[in-house]
Design a protein around this ligand. Sequence first.
Ligand code: F3S
Length: 406
Amino acid sequence: MSVHLDRYAERILNGEEGWAKAKALEVIVKVGEALGADGLVKIKHAHISGVSYSNIGDAGLDLIKKFSESGARFSVPATVNPIGFDLEQPEIFNVDEKYFNKQKEILEALRKMGGDLILSCTPYDVGVIQKYDLKIGDHVAWGESNAVVYANSVLGLRTNREGGPLALMAAISGYTYNYGMHIEENRVPEIEYIVEEPRRGFNEALAGVLAEAIAGVHELETPPLVRVNLTKRLYIKEFFAALGAAGNIAMTYIPGLTPEPLPDNWKPRERVAVEAFILESRLDSLRPKDPKDIDLIYTGCPHMGAEELLELYVLVKSVGKVRKKFIVSIPKSILFDRRLLSIVDELRSLGVTVVKDTCLVVSPLKLENLKILTNSYKALYYLSRKGAKVYLAPLEELVLAAVLEG
Ligand code: F3S
């Protein structure tokens, strides 16, 4: 099937809007053809991932620079995911001069094209929705899986899980292919998962293992409908981030949270019961056997929002100074708020290392053989692949472990 082009897309492909837009749209059209898309959709916003030098190396840097130096400019507002280090504290990440300069080149090229350097994986948490007036039904091209699931499931935006280069091409051309989550009928769930409430309710670590369980069995491209009682924003964020990490899921339908109505007389074609004890025993298997042994505690994957930061502060304050290395990643926008900035300062004075612009997963920090405790299933998933031994537990347990002598 060939991809239908509107008049403007034809102009772009004919080179009438310049080399960069034509190249970018060519890529989008080719991918659309390979997927069997019937046409293109105009996007209102892009979120570009794959910008850490650790992840993309020289090949990625060259691609971004090639577009930037050819005069490419983003056709739509485009925000940017975390990079390899905190711009104000690069020393924490042991980056050498070469790494530092290469990462800065990536940033400069993105800035030149018009990128909004939020350097956060939570565009939904840092004012982007309001700033760019994104509304239910808007088509966007986002390239960060936790944000993609959040966008489709909570904000009612339409986006597939774009790889970093595809989000970049979409930002330059202003189009993506009409496929997957951009098509209304693909957003209607077919399978309903009914989740039993754990004895003491959910926490974010249990929400992560719930996502792992669903991602392990859900094979359809349509979103799972999940009846679950996730009472805090943190639990929802960790659930979506884990869904994005453990599977290919781009959206989940949560009654009461997802803004789109189900079709009249909707009925699932299958119902699946998820028992709480299975989740609890999976979490128990991921908890540290001896929390004293932990080398590093990590939270803020996805980047920690204001509500979670306050919760962390109350917990740390209740135990006093932390004794273990304890890293938290936040978006830099937190520091623009005086009240939150003072909380960050207090956390630092209590021994917590607070970093912005980056995270442990996309930084070049060497973590092999370290024993890491986190409350994020997504962090567990990726840090394990960097050679660390990673354990999972809710935030309260992270803070309790942080005061134990090793
Ligand atoms: Fe964000 Fe890094 Fe986690 S980019 S979602 S904090 S892996």
